[in-house]
Design a protein around this ligand. Sequence first.
Ligand code: PHE
Length: 487
Amino acid sequence: MAEDAILGYLEKNDHISDSGQFAAERRIDHNEIVNVIKSLHGFKYVDAQDIKRETWVLTDEGNAYTATGSPEVQLFLAIPPEGIPKEELQKKLDPSVFKIGCAQAAKNKWVEMGKQLVTRKIQHVDDKVKDLLLQIQEGQAINQDDIKTLKARKLIVPQTWKGYSVKKGPNYAPKRKKVATDLTRENLQRGDWKEIEFKEYNFTAKGLPTEGGHLHPLLKVRQQLKDIFRQMGFEEMPTNNYVESSFWNFDALFQPQQHPARDSHDTFFLQAPSTTKELPEDYVQRVKQIHESGGYQSRGYGYDWKREEADKNLLRTHTTAVSSRMLYLLAQKPFAPKKYYSIDRVFRNEAVDRTHLAEFHQIEGLVCDRGLTLGDLLGVLHEFFARLGMSKLRFKPAYNPYTEPSMEIFSYHEGFGKWVEVGNSGMFRPEMLLPMGLPEDVRVIAWGLSLERPTMILYGIDNIRDLFGHKVDLGLIKRNPICRLGL
Ligand code: PHE
């Protein structure tokens, strides 16, 4: 072992003058010797002094000639005793071997470059260059003139060799004392902690790379979307309430109380607290009325609207619940146009499969201003989706209780070679806006989509359970690329 060799040697000898020589004599790898010397030096078992030497190493070209022979010898051997036309000789050899070989062989006076033929001038040659290269490769010393020629031919380059000379240090001992790295329970019980020598702390050692602090792909895509909304002048809505009342989630959105989405098969209702404590009473009355008998030129649904249904707490099924709260608040002040967005979690009582989870993130945008038209909605959608990198859009008439008209949004996916559904949109109905108290000519255009869909497409994930939830692929979370939308 390298350590025993060094400490043992110093027991009987004054010093090791050259670690390289020391390693070579004992057939130990010099790197290993160097590492041991550094460590022994650190603990003051030895004193080590740097030594440097200029040595020579072969270049790639030099290395190649140790196998193939030098170009001049290759050329020489390619010439038959009767000579050969230059063109033919050229065909037999590698272009660089031919070129260098001609020059060197002529210089050595090995060949005659006749007008007709190239001929040998002597019968036998030795490959001195190859032999020298092999000697250098083995670390043997060669004379300065040869070094000069090989260097000029770029077959060798200088390299600084680093090693040590070593002598005993203040803590020298023929064997290294074992130092304890940990104080154990046994040390305390036996009381031997008083005698043990402990390893000193190394405060400059680099720690292990931290495993935490990785951004989930959903967070990266969300950040890009937030930037897009902000660049388009949208303000973020406060979405910090997963629990919502049925009133804001459904009733305010003119969603009738018998609507299938309001069934516990589709929505998670809360057991405790099962109902909301407060709702704006006069607004509740106007909502009740629009559902029961209509108003503002609407006929309503004509059913018996129940306050108990509206009071039920649930996990919000869409962030449109937040939009309804925000529009109601807006209606309480003198009107000012607004552009709002949100990106947050929503919940649906859904059978989990490779594309569905019981919770996901919804991206929602709305613009509220006087006199907006469907054309404005189309324009905003084109602008928004273009910034996501989706510039080919198509729309399909759809139905939402709270929008009229409503449109599903499709985008052409170049990679899949087909149209994929990317969102839902519409203009909020007067039955939703007018009971809130918004001026009659105010229109609201809005759209929503999931954050998971574009993220899965961008990151090539085909099972939502790999992206989110308890089966998530942790490797993916640690090593996912940055996200740049629309580039
Ligand atoms: N709330 C709709 C959904 O859950 C999305 C949407 C938002 C549709 C706004 C129209 C207008 O799919």
